[in-house]
Design a protein around this ligand. Sequence first.
Ligand code: SAM
Length: 211
Amino acid sequence: MSRRWRAERSKDHFHKMAKKLGFRSRAAFKLLEINKKFGILKRGYVVLDVGAYPGGWLQVASKIVGSTGLVIGIDLRPISKMSAPNVKTVIGDVCDESLHDKLASMISRKIDVILSDAAPKLTGVWSTDIARHSHIIYCILKLANKLLRKGGTAVIKAFQGEELNELLMDIRSLFGDVRLFKPKASRQRSREVYLICTSFHGGNDINRDAA
Ligand SMILES: C[S@@+](CC[C@H](N)C(=O)[O-])C[C@H]1O[C@@H](n2cnc3c(N)ncnc32)[C@H](O)[C@@H]1O
Protein backbone atom coordinates (compact mmCIF):
# COMPACT_ATOMS: atom_id res chain seq x y z
CA MET A 1 0.00 0.00 0.00
CA SER A 2 1.71 3.25 -1.12
CA ARG A 3 2.02 6.25 1.21
CA ARG A 4 0.18 8.36 -1.32
CA TRP A 5 -2.72 5.95 -1.49
CA ARG A 6 -2.93 5.88 2.30
CA ALA A 7 -2.90 9.68 2.39
CA GLU A 8 -5.67 9.95 -0.18
CA ARG A 9 -7.72 7.36 1.66
CA SER A 10 -7.41 9.30 4.91
CA LYS A 11 -8.32 12.51 3.07
CA ASP A 12 -11.51 10.84 1.91
CA HIS A 13 -12.19 9.57 5.39
CA PHE A 14 -12.00 13.02 7.03
CA HIS A 15 -13.85 14.67 4.17
CA LYS A 16 -16.72 12.19 4.44
CA MET A 17 -16.77 12.45 8.22
CA ALA A 18 -16.95 16.25 8.01
CA LYS A 19 -19.93 16.04 5.67
CA LYS A 20 -21.64 13.47 7.84
CA LEU A 21 -21.18 15.46 11.05
CA GLY A 22 -22.09 18.80 9.48
CA PHE A 23 -18.66 20.44 9.73
CA ARG A 24 -17.87 23.09 7.17
CA SER A 25 -14.41 21.66 6.57
CA ARG A 26 -12.29 18.61 7.32
CA ALA A 27 -9.95 21.02 9.14
CA ALA A 28 -12.39 20.80 12.08
CA PHE A 29 -10.85 17.44 12.98
CA LYS A 30 -7.40 18.99 13.31
CA LEU A 31 -8.63 21.41 15.95
CA LEU A 32 -10.57 18.68 17.74
CA GLU A 33 -7.38 16.61 17.88
CA ILE A 34 -5.24 19.55 19.02
CA ASN A 35 -7.74 20.39 21.73
CA LYS A 36 -7.99 16.79 22.89
CA LYS A 37 -4.22 16.59 23.32
CA PHE A 38 -3.48 20.08 24.68
CA GLY A 39 -6.81 21.22 26.20
CA ILE A 40 -6.36 24.76 24.91
CA LEU A 41 -10.03 25.79 24.64
CA LYS A 42 -12.24 26.25 27.67
CA ARG A 43 -15.76 27.39 28.48
CA GLY A 44 -16.14 31.17 28.58
CA TYR A 45 -12.98 31.86 26.57
CA VAL A 46 -12.56 34.67 24.06
CA VAL A 47 -11.05 33.14 20.93
CA LEU A 48 -9.79 34.72 17.72
CA ASP A 49 -9.62 32.45 14.66
CA VAL A 50 -7.37 33.84 11.91
CA GLY A 51 -8.01 32.45 8.42
CA ALA A 52 -11.35 31.07 9.53
CA TYR A 53 -13.12 30.46 6.18
CA PRO A 54 -15.19 28.33 5.62
CA GLY A 55 -15.66 27.91 9.38
CA GLY A 56 -14.85 24.38 10.58
CA TRP A 57 -12.65 25.67 13.42
CA LEU A 58 -15.31 28.27 14.28
CA GLN A 59 -17.86 25.49 14.74
CA VAL A 60 -15.54 23.52 17.04
CA ALA A 61 -14.42 26.53 19.09
CA SER A 62 -17.94 27.94 19.41
CA LYS A 63 -19.23 24.68 20.85
CA ILE A 64 -16.42 24.43 23.42
CA VAL A 65 -16.45 28.05 24.67
CA GLY A 66 -20.25 27.94 24.93
CA SER A 67 -22.69 30.77 25.48
CA THR A 68 -20.44 32.61 27.95
CA GLY A 69 -17.57 32.69 25.47
CA LEU A 70 -16.96 34.48 22.19
CA VAL A 71 -15.31 33.38 18.96
CA ILE A 72 -14.29 35.92 16.34
CA GLY A 73 -13.31 34.64 12.92
CA ILE A 74 -11.41 36.73 10.39
CA ASP A 75 -10.63 35.90 6.81
CA LEU A 76 -9.95 37.56 3.48
CA ARG A 77 -13.04 35.71 2.23
CA PRO A 78 -16.56 36.25 3.55
CA ILE A 79 -17.69 33.48 5.88
CA SER A 80 -21.32 32.50 5.47
CA LYS A 81 -23.42 33.27 8.51
CA MET A 82 -23.17 30.92 11.43
CA SER A 83 -26.19 30.08 13.55
CA ALA A 84 -24.24 30.08 16.84
CA PRO A 85 -24.84 33.42 18.63
CA ASN A 86 -21.34 33.39 20.17
CA VAL A 87 -19.59 33.67 16.77
CA LYS A 88 -18.77 36.92 15.00
CA THR A 89 -17.00 37.13 11.67
CA VAL A 90 -15.02 39.90 10.03
CA ILE A 91 -13.70 40.14 6.49
CA GLY A 92 -10.12 41.38 6.54
CA ASP A 93 -6.41 40.81 6.31
CA VAL A 94 -4.62 39.96 9.57
CA CYS A 95 -1.74 42.16 8.39
CA ASP A 96 -3.97 45.23 8.16
CA GLU A 97 -3.43 47.15 11.39
CA SER A 98 -6.79 48.91 11.15
CA LEU A 99 -8.29 45.43 11.50
CA HIS A 100 -6.40 45.04 14.79
CA ASP A 101 -8.14 48.19 16.05
CA LYS A 102 -11.49 46.89 14.88
CA LEU A 103 -10.92 43.61 16.74
CA ALA A 104 -9.94 45.52 19.87
CA SER A 105 -13.26 47.37 19.71
CA MET A 106 -15.17 44.08 19.53
CA ILE A 107 -13.88 42.64 22.81
CA SER A 108 -14.33 43.77 26.38
CA ARG A 109 -11.24 41.96 27.63
CA LYS A 110 -8.12 40.45 26.14
CA ILE A 111 -8.15 37.29 24.01
CA ASP A 112 -7.50 33.92 25.68
CA VAL A 113 -6.58 31.95 22.57
CA ILE A 114 -5.53 32.91 19.05
CA LEU A 115 -6.00 30.17 16.48
CA SER A 116 -4.48 30.38 13.03
CA ASP A 117 -4.97 27.96 10.20
CA ALA A 118 -4.26 30.81 7.77
CA ALA A 119 -2.27 30.04 4.67
CA PRO A 120 -1.58 32.18 1.60
CA LYS A 121 -2.73 31.19 -1.86
CA LEU A 122 0.03 28.84 -2.95
CA THR A 123 2.13 29.62 -6.03
CA GLY A 124 4.00 26.31 -5.95
CA VAL A 125 7.32 28.16 -5.55
CA TRP A 126 8.44 27.08 -2.09
CA SER A 127 10.51 30.19 -1.26
CA THR A 128 7.66 32.53 -2.23
CA ASP A 129 5.01 30.53 -0.42
CA ILE A 130 7.04 30.20 2.75
CA ALA A 131 7.92 33.93 2.76
CA ARG A 132 4.23 34.83 2.40
CA HIS A 133 3.26 32.41 5.11
CA SER A 134 5.94 33.74 7.48
CA HIS A 135 4.65 37.24 6.80
CA ILE A 136 1.19 36.17 8.01
CA ILE A 137 2.69 34.60 11.13
CA TYR A 138 4.63 37.77 12.01
CA CYS A 139 1.38 39.75 11.61
CA ILE A 140 -0.27 37.34 14.06
CA LEU A 141 2.58 37.84 16.55
CA LYS A 142 2.12 41.60 16.27
CA LEU A 143 -1.60 41.16 16.91
CA ALA A 144 -0.82 38.90 19.89
CA ASN A 145 1.37 41.61 21.40
CA LYS A 146 -1.64 43.94 21.30
CA LEU A 147 -4.57 41.70 22.13
CA LEU A 148 -3.55 38.35 23.64
CA ARG A 149 -3.71 38.17 27.42
CA LYS A 150 -0.63 37.32 29.47
CA GLY A 151 -0.57 33.56 29.96
CA GLY A 152 -2.64 33.12 26.79
CA THR A 153 -2.24 30.56 24.03
CA ALA A 154 -1.77 30.58 20.27
CA VAL A 155 -2.09 27.69 17.84
CA ILE A 156 -0.42 28.58 14.57
CA LYS A 157 -0.12 26.62 11.37
CA ALA A 158 3.44 26.57 10.04
CA PHE A 159 5.40 24.57 7.48
CA GLN A 160 8.34 22.33 8.22
CA GLY A 161 11.58 23.37 6.59
CA GLU A 162 14.80 25.04 7.56
CA GLU A 163 13.04 28.44 7.71
CA LEU A 164 10.99 27.16 10.64
CA ASN A 165 13.98 27.34 13.00
CA GLU A 166 14.27 31.12 12.80
CA LEU A 167 10.53 31.50 13.18
CA LEU A 168 10.53 29.21 16.21
CA MET A 169 13.27 31.26 17.82
CA ASP A 170 11.15 34.39 17.44
CA ILE A 171 7.98 32.73 18.69
CA ARG A 172 9.83 31.28 21.69
CA SER A 173 10.83 34.81 22.67
CA LEU A 174 7.13 35.61 23.22
CA PHE A 175 5.79 32.36 24.71
CA GLY A 176 6.93 30.25 27.67
CA ASP A 177 6.48 27.00 25.78
CA VAL A 178 6.17 26.09 22.09
CA ARG A 179 5.51 22.55 20.84
CA LEU A 180 5.10 21.15 17.35
CA PHE A 181 2.17 18.88 16.55
CA LYS A 182 1.00 17.20 13.37
CA PRO A 183 -2.62 16.02 13.65
CA LYS A 184 -3.68 12.77 11.99
CA ALA A 185 -6.20 14.79 9.96
CA SER A 186 -3.30 16.63 8.25
CA ARG A 187 -2.46 15.18 4.89
CA GLN A 188 0.48 12.82 5.25
CA ARG A 189 2.49 14.42 2.47
CA SER A 190 1.84 17.97 3.65
CA ARG A 191 4.62 19.78 5.48
CA GLU A 192 2.11 21.54 7.68
CA VAL A 193 2.61 21.42 11.40
CA TYR A 194 0.85 23.28 14.21
CA LEU A 195 2.79 25.30 16.75
CA ILE A 196 1.15 25.02 20.16
CA CYS A 197 2.34 28.16 21.92
CA THR A 198 1.41 28.56 25.58
CA SER A 199 2.19 30.91 28.50
CA PHE A 200 2.31 34.09 26.43
CA HIS A 201 4.41 36.80 28.04
CA GLY A 202 4.84 39.11 25.05
CA GLY A 203 7.81 41.16 24.10
CA ASN A 204 8.98 43.58 21.46
CA ASP A 205 7.50 43.32 17.98
CA ILE A 206 9.80 41.30 15.78
CA ASN A 207 10.85 43.01 12.58
CA ARG A 208 12.69 40.14 10.91
CA ASP A 209 9.89 39.84 8.37
CA ALA A 210 11.02 41.13 4.99
CA ALA A 211 7.88 40.26 2.98
C1 SAM B 1 -7.00 26.36 5.28
S1 SAM B 1 -8.09 27.72 5.23
C2 SAM B 1 -8.74 27.72 6.87
C3 SAM B 1 -9.74 26.64 7.16
C4 SAM B 1 -10.46 26.87 8.48
N1 SAM B 1 -9.55 26.71 9.62
C5 SAM B 1 -11.63 25.94 8.70
O1 SAM B 1 -11.64 25.23 9.70
O2 SAM B 1 -12.57 25.94 7.92
C6 SAM B 1 -6.98 29.08 5.24
C7 SAM B 1 -7.63 30.43 5.15
O3 SAM B 1 -6.66 31.43 5.45
C8 SAM B 1 -7.11 32.63 4.85
N2 SAM B 1 -6.06 33.67 4.83
C9 SAM B 1 -4.90 33.65 4.12
N3 SAM B 1 -4.21 34.79 4.32
C10 SAM B 1 -4.92 35.54 5.20
C11 SAM B 1 -4.73 36.82 5.78
N4 SAM B 1 -3.64 37.56 5.50
N5 SAM B 1 -5.66 37.31 6.64
C12 SAM B 1 -6.77 36.57 6.91
N6 SAM B 1 -7.02 35.33 6.37
C13 SAM B 1 -6.11 34.83 5.53
C14 SAM B 1 -7.53 32.16 3.46
O4 SAM B 1 -8.42 33.08 2.85
C15 SAM B 1 -8.17 30.79 3.76
O5 SAM B 1 -9.58 30.90 3.81
